[in-house]
Write a protein of this length. Structure first.
Lengths: 287, 623
């Protein structure tokens, strides 16, 4: 479980995170989305205990984020894949396993199993000679070497090809079955597909959070596009002889019908429209 | 900090990371450095031979100069050829006992070199005489006695460093003549005479030196430096009185480089490793691991420290030194590593790192090297840990107080530097691209989280202040007193005011303190009191006789306010006056720092002037 209570982080004059509060239950996948520089990464670093909050607190796996013991229960994946290029995947993962006091036998078994699951065959080549996708997989494996309860992942599939991305997304989905996962991403399709709940971060503030359906309902919900042959109040021309009006309910659709028929026109088309996460994001972030 | 974590990090650093080097390269580098440490003393024993075969000399087979010339490496001896000489292909032409000198600078230099070669040859011949009394009819015994000295150089009121008393007795040397080599008296070569003097000390408690004949093999050189059986500096030598020279610690010069040079290479690797962790945020996962910052810091530094000690131990074994020498080098190694650690944390690129490391190396080497020049001459040498090495090599007993004085400041300085660096070993500072001064302020600000901490920061700055002031004393040691004193006053004032005010400035600049008058007063008070408390530690300087040095007395009694036979009221005032000074100037600079940098610099300038005025007043009181 993760509980963030009024988390705030200020760098000099810049407010990176302005009082973020949210809760992630065990077994839940929580997604953070927002524009670049919104404060997503800083929020994740606060959860991981990587930076000290200016105000507020965070509890991860039952322990304060500043507690070093909390780190034993946490798997953290930073936005980049910082690895030691001269080390091989095995030696790198063994080293981190030793830091987490995982005994050698358990570590080797866990490392092999995780690398098998991530489909990484190259394990004894220096990491500097590995591709970006391979390095990302090794970084993910590192976050799992201690078998953590909580995963905090910052853009886990950023910059990867679709095949690798899908593989990583599937791994996250499997991991989430018995773990708490918080991750940030720019690919809203993955967020929609994976997350139980979402938070949108803009300028350091969590402007909205909750299940996707609730967010949709909060920001407009289902709308109707009514095409008419003649203009009515609030309509916009689409093409010659076609005008579109967007309304929120079927009752409004009837009002449009009455208006166009009064103008000696006719209703051409009515379609319902559910806003995508991207549209909601653009509407919220743009506002 | 857990030892197990430290060991794991250290093992990884040594075998798997190593600043980007693989195991093979690391092994090769380690072997090269150890070999260098072993070979340097050997090379020193063989000596440089840049002038071999420099002079071409034509000498007849029947000339008495043939043997001396052939024995001297500087000469290339060929058959005498007047045409070759006329054509300028020979520098000297020797027929019989007649020497023709080519009218060139090289020719004149060759003539001087021939004279020296003849002199050395004669000396060797005389030393091989069975009847040494006949060979050296006059013996001179040098007794160095201690006396108060201000400096080695001249000037009103100055005394030469040590004096010699010769005792005439026994056979005398044969008089010099202008004839051939067999009849010339010999003068001790510069090296031998220096070495003989180098084996003596300026203290009456140490055995006198004797300028008598002696060999160059180690078996006959008690207390001399030997390397693999060869004596670097023979203890006994024969020569004319004109060849007697004051002791010059050539040994210290060689030792300084032998011990310190390898450290420059090792610290480069260490600092590169620290910077490597910052590149592309490679070290970020370490900060999320359940390992304390200090486990990471100590674990990363440990292999390099062990390597430095191993190299120092190998060098010490080669020079015939003991454990004291290795212990004495340990704080130097730690200071190097601490400087490298800070350099790695503050530099923004490898290019910047190189410049910072050069600065660190110059400062540390200067601190180690300059005072050690005066080993066996003056107690000021005790400032440098390297002096302990020299004294260990000479078999001179060293008291625990001297060992503590020589090593503790460096140990503490290294600890403080590592502490400052530890404050920067966090995500917000490791991966931020900031200018060096900004990061230095961050390091200080990480510590001064409240006004009382400014006091602790001032107190912990004492080792650096101590070292900086000792260095100022050592550098001004040879300057005439009339010039040295004002410079020393200004240097002391600047050093101390900077040390007291920087933590306060860092706290205000980084928003650790609010800018109210109350906070300014608290910060000034804490800083001044902390510095005053730490300054009392300067009284330990008395343990090693630095108070015998006029300059040292001034430097340390200005702050310590002790010593001397003065009325109780004066003593009490001198004891408390520094407190008022430090609190006053610290408050002044804190007030400036609470506004902005320009105000801080202005306040600092005023504080320095006030401090200089105080120094003058104290000196006038002390007389």
């Amino acid at each position: 479980m993760i509980v963030a209570d009024g988390l705030r982080k200020v760098y000099g004059d810049v407010v990176a995170v302005a009082g973020a509060s949210f809760r992630v239950e065990p077994g839940e996948i929580f997604g953070l989305i927002g524009p670049n520089g919104a404060g997503k990464t800083t929020t994740l670093k606060l959860l991981a205990g990587l930076v000290e909050p200016t105000a507020g607190s965070a509890t991860v796996a039952g322990l304060d984020a500043a507690d070093r013991e909390m780190r034993r229960r946490l798997g953290y994946l930073p936005e980049e894949s910082p690895l030691y290029e001269e080390m091989t995947a095995r030696s790198y993962l063994r080293f981190f396993a030793s830091l987490y006091d995982v005994d050698r036998e358990t570590a080797d078994e866990r490392i092999e199993r995780t690398l098998d699951r991530l489909d990484l065959a190259v394990r004894d080549r220096p990491l500097g000679n590995c591709s970006k996708g391979m390095r990302r997989k090794v970084a993910i494996a590192r976050s799992l070497v201690n078998d953590p309860e909580v995963l905090v992942y910052d853009e886990p599939a950023s910059g990867l090809d679709p095949i690798t991305t899908n593989a990583i997304i599937e791994v996250i989905r499997e991991l989430a079955a018995d773990r708490t996962v918080v991750f940030s991403a720019h690919n809203l399709y993955h967020v929609e597909a994976l997350c139980d709940r979402i938070a949108i971060v803009v300028n350091g503030e969590l402007v909205t959070q909750g299940p996707l359906d609730a967010i949709r309902a909060e920001h407009g919900g289902v709308s109707y596009r009514v095409d008419t042959s003649r203009p009515v109040d609030g309509s916009t021309p689409v093409e010659p002889g076609r005008h579109r009006t967007v309304v929120a309910s079927m009752a409004d659709v009837e009002d449009v019908r009455a208006a166009v028929e009064a103008a000696a026109g006719e209703l051409l088309d009515v379609r319902s429209h559910e806003p995508s996460l991207e549209e909601i994001f653009l509407a919220v972030a743009g506002a | 900090m857990r030892l197990r974590s430290v060991w794991r990090v250290a093992r990884w650093e040594a075998y798997d990371s190593g600043a980007g080097l693989d195991r093979r390269a690391l092994t090769l580098a380690a072997v090269s450095v150890v070999a260098l440490a072993l070979l340097v003393p050997l090379a020193a024993s063989v000596g440089p031979a840049p002038g071999d075969g420099l002079y071409r000399v034509g000498i007849a087979a029947d000339s008495p100069y043939l043997a001396p010339a052939e024995a001297a490496p500087a000469f290339t001896v060929v058959a005498p050829d007047a045409r070759a000489f006329a054509a300028g292909r020979l520098d000297l032409l020797v027929r019989g006992d007649r020497v023709q000198v080519q009218d060139t600078r090289l020719g004149r230099a060759a003539a001087g070199a021939l004279q020296d070669a003849v002199r050395r040859y004669d000396e060797r011949q005389l030393r091989s005489e069975p009847d040494q009394a006949a060979a050296f009819p006059v013996t001179v015994q040098l007794h160095y006695v201690s006396r108060p000295v201000d400096r080695l150089g001249g000037g009103a009121g100055s005394q030469p460093g040590g004096s010699t008393t010769g005792t005439a007795g026994g056979p005398t040397t044969s008089p010099a003549s202008a004839g051939g080599p067999a009849s010339r008296s010999t003068a001790a070569g510069g090296g031998a005479g220096t070495a003989a003097a180098g084996g003596t000390t300026a203290s009456a408690s140490r055995p006198p030196a004797t300028a008598t004949g002696g060999g160059t093999r180690s078996g006959e050189n008690a207390g001399g430096l030997t390397v693999f059986g060869w004596s670097l500096f023979p203890q006994g030598a024969a020569g004319t009185p004109s060849a007697i020279t004051p002791p010059f610690p050539f040994a210290s010069l060689v030792l300084a480089f032998a011990f310190v040079v390898p450290m420059n290479f090792v610290v480069q690797a260490y600092a590169s490793s620290v910077l490597h962790d910052r590149g592309n945020r490679r070290g970020e996962p370490l900060l999320v691991a359940p390992v304390s910052t200090w486990s990471l810091v100590v674990g990363k530094a440990l292999p390099y420290f062990v390597l430095m000690l191993a190299i120092a131990a190998a060098t010490a074994v080669g020079l015939g030194a003991g454990p004291l020498a290795v212990y004495a080098v340990a704080p130097v190694a730690l200071v190097f590593l601490a400087g490298g650690f800070l350099a790695g944390l503050l530099a923004r690129s490898h290019k910047e790192l190189t410049f910072v490391l050069v600065a660190v190396s110059v400062v540390v080497t200067t601190f180690v090297f300059v005072p050690a020049i005066f080993v066996d001459v003056h107690p000021i040498a005790a400032i440098s840990p390297l002096t302990l090495v020299v004294e260990d090599l000479q078999g001179t007993p060293v008291g625990p107080a001297t060992v503590a004085f020589s090593t503790l400041p460096a140990f503490v300085a290294a600890a403080v530097c590592f502490g400052l660096g530890g404050g920067l070993y966090r995500e917000e500072d490791l991966f931020a691209q900031k200018p060096l001064p900004a990061k230095a302020l961050d390091a200080l600000a990480a510590f001064v989280t409240r006004p009382a901490r400014a006091g602790w920061a001032s107190l912990l700055s004492i080792p650096f202040v101590f070292l900086a002031e000792l260095l100022a004393v050592a550098l001004l040691f040879v300057v005439p007193l009339g010039v040295a004193l004002p410079l020393l006053f200004a240097a002391i004032a600047a050093i101390e005011e900077l040390a007291k005010s920087l933590p306060a400035y860092a706290g205000f600049a980084r928003g650790r303190f609010d800018r109210s008058r109350r906070t300014v007063a608290l910060v000034g008070l804490a800083s001044g009191v902390g510095f005053f408390a730490g300054e009392k530690l300067a009284a330990t300087a008395q343990l090693v006789g630095l108070f015998d040095l006029h300059l040292g007395r001034i430097a340390f009694q200005l702050g310590a306010g002790v010593g001397g036979a003065y009325p109780p009221a004066v003593l009490a005032a001198l004891l408390v006056a520094p407190l008022f000074l430090h609190v006053g100037t610290a408050t002044l600079t804190a007030a400036g720092a609470s506004r902005d940098r320009r105000w801080y610099l202005a306040a600092l300038s005023v504080a320095i002037l006030v401090h200089v005025g105080y120094n003058l007043a104290v000196v006038a009181t002390l007389g």
